[in-house]
Design a protein around this ligand. Sequence first.
Ligand code: SAM
Length: 297
Amino acid sequence: MKNPQLHTPVLLEESTELLLNLNPKNFLDATLGFSGHAHYVLSKLSSNASFYGIDQDPVALNYSMSKIGEDPRVTIIDSNFSKISTIAKSYNCEPFDACLVDCGISSVQLDSLDRGFSFQTEGPLDMRMSPDFSLNAADILNTYSFDKLNYIFNTYGECRYVDKFIDNILIKREKKPFETVPDLIAVIKKSFFFYNKRSNFIKMCTKVFQALRIEVNSELDVLQQFLHDIIPLLTIGGRCSVITFHSLEDRLLKRFIRDHKAIIQPVNKRVIQLTYHEAKKNTRARSAKCRVFERVR
Ligand SMILES: C[S@@+](CC[C@H](N)C(=O)[O-])C[C@H]1O[C@@H](n2cnc3c(N)ncnc32)[C@H](O)[C@@H]1O
C-alpha cells in the first residue's frame, strides 16, 4: 500500500467554509478517511468544541486514530454512517450543528493492491470498504443472475449494450469462478469495442468498477438513509455539507434536498465544483461536487 498521506482532501476550504462560519460546537465528520478534512476543521474549531469522526474502514480508522486520536475534542467511531441515529443515541452526541460527508473511497483504498477497487491492480476482486460486509465483488460476479447484473451495470455504472458482457461473465464463471481483477479485465476486453483507444477502455473499466463498488457497499442506499436520519439530529440552523463524486450520488442529493424543502434549504444556490487549478492537481477528484443544506425547522 502507498503512503496513506497520499490522500488529498478535495474542496477542503469550499466544503467546510459554510460549516465553519457557524462556529460549530458539535461537528460530525461522517467519512473521516485519512483525516484530511478533519485536520483542517480541528484547526478552526474552538477548544471546547466536540468532533465526531465516523469511518467503516479499519485502515482509515487506525491512521486517523494515530493522527488526531489524542485531541481531547475528538471521538473516532468505527461504524457505517447509515447507522447515525443509533450512533447518536449511544454516544449521546446530538444535536450536531455541522456535518460533513465526503462520499466514496479514498486514494489509499483505490491504490491498495489487495482490495480490488482499481482496475489497475492485480489482487482479489474484493471492493468492500468494511470487512463486516459479507458479499464482495467476486461473489456478485459469481452468483448474480443475468437480470441483476444487467441492473447494476445499467443503473450504477450507466453502461449501455452490456448483454454480451454479461453473457461472457456467465460463461467465464461456469469454467472457473472470478477471483482477481485480471479475471474481470479479461472479460471486459473480450466484450466491448474500444476502437484501439485506451481512453475508451479506461472509461469502460471505470464504469464497470464503479457499478460493482456501489453494489458491494450499498453506497446509494446508505447515503439516502444517512440524509434522511441526519435531519432530526441537526440543530435548527445546523448545516450538512455533502461532497459527491458521480452523477448518481449528486442526483440523489439534489432530489433529496428538493423533496424535503419544508425542513431543509440549500445554502449554496450553485453547486460547488473544483477550480481549474484544483482539478489539474487532483485529477482523480475532478468530478467532485459539493452541496450544503441547512435545517430550517
Ligand atoms: C473520500 S474518503 C474521505 C476522505 C477524508 N475526507 C479525508 O480528507 O481524508 C471517504 C471515506 O469514507 C468512508 N466511507 C464511505 N462510505 C462510508 C459509510 N457508509 N460509512 C462509514 N464510512 C464510509 C470510506 O471508508 C473512506 O475512508
